[in-house]
Design a protein around this ligand. Structure first.
Ligand code: TXA
Ligand code: MG
Length: 319
């Protein structure tokens, strides 16, 4: 048996499998098996009312999981699946409550990674998978990150190399009249609007279903992180050093000054490259065990929206 076959067998047996996707690594379980899904919540330490995304081998399975599927969902699936887009649709009555957190909608996506697709095709059904990190931690983009998070608690980790995109999928809610982006991702509003024929709304509204990623403290490294305008960077660093703090600074420019307690780390000027490196960088900065991470805020532009969202949340968390 090869690794993928062993992983598919584990899913069938009700066990957890961590696997790569193009966005981040997922911690998967058979989405139709409530006991298996419960193991995800236990392993992550995630509140049980947070809904999970169901990963499918192909869009043809949509109708097993959702109903009243709008035509736009099929067009988006044709255009972007497999890919970093999660669609929120009315749930099919057969979908178990453990997946939906008891809501009347379900999140679905076909991931674009050869190993994930092999696993899903060989398993044949839906695989529920949140990002493979403990609740509130930074999402993993390599198999080594997953092992750091769970150690022996997750015995099967498929290694597909570093995730290409690097941050989580765009979540688009199609369950009510106006399409709404609940979580921005590298697939941006303009690309969705091209297929939808209208601009989606942005952000959760009062009636919108819960998105655990919308909790402010999500995606946070353990080290406090401060997000500052590039023009404020030097003053912030000088103040922190004066206060005796050791600092990692993540900014596109070369070091503007040198100090024994300051470590400059170069960030990319390209949003796709920046997203690809972001979570691995945050983990690396944590490992450096400094007092503070200072990040130069990226430009205010649509192409940076998803990265800026994750940085804001990282800045709101930590200890
Ligand atoms: O890129 C991704 O989406 C990754 C990979 C593994 O596919 N998965 C991921 O899962 O980020 P997770 O659980 O870390 O985040 C999924 C988000 C959560 O914020 C959850 O609340 C939201 O999707 N979600 C799932 N089902 C939903 C629903 N029915 N309504 C609203 N939000 C939902
Ligand atoms: Mg997550």
């Amino acid at each position: 048996m090869n690794d993928v076959s062993r992983a598919a067998a584990a899913l069938r047996a009700g066990d957890l499998v961590a696997f790569p996707t193009e966005t981040v690594y997922g911690l998967g379980a058979d989405a139709s098996n409530a006991e298996a899904v419960a193991k995800i919540f236990a392993a992550k330490g995630r509140p049980a009312d947070h809904p999970l995304i169901v990963h499918l081998p192909h869009a043809a399975q949509l109708s097993r999981w959702a109903m009243d599927i709008p035509e736009s969902a099929h067009r988006l699936a044709d255009a972007f699946w497999p890919g970093p887009l999660t669609l929120i649709l009315k749930r099919h009555p057969a979908v178990i409550d453990a997946i939906t957190g008891g809501q009347d909608t379900v999140g679905l996506r076909v991931p674009n990674h050869p190993l994930a697709l092999q696993l899903l095709n060989e398993f044949g059904g839906g695989v529920a998978a949140p990002s493979a990190n403990r609740f509130g931690h930074v999402s993993p983009t390599t198999a080594a990150h997953v092992r750091d998070e769970f150690g022996a608690a997750v015995s099967i980790v498929l290694d597909g190399g570093p995730s290409d995109v690097g941050i989580e999928s765009t979540i688009l809610d199609l369950s009510s009249a106006r399409p709404r982006i609940l979580r921005p991702g590298m697939l941006d509003a303009a690309a969705l609007a091209d297929i939808l024929g209208e601009m989606p709304a942005l952000g959760a509204n009062a009636e919108a279903p819960r998105v655990s990623g919308s909790l402010e403290s999500h995606y946070a490294p353990a080290t406090p992180l401060r997000l500052v305008a590039p023009t404020e960077l030097e003053t912030t660093l000088r103040d922190a050093l004066e206060a005796g703090l050791s600092v990692v600074v993540f900014a596109p420019d070369a070091a503007s000054f040198v100090h024994a307690k300051l470590s400059w780390q170069a960030s990319s000027m390209d949003p796709a490259r920046y997203a690809h490196e972001l979570y691995a960088s945050l983990r690396r900065f944590d490992a450096m065990q400094r007092d503070l991470i200072v990040v130069a805020a990226p430009p205010v532009a649509d192409s940076w929206c998803a990265v800026a969202d994750r940085l804001r949340r990282a800045a709101a968390g930590g200890k």
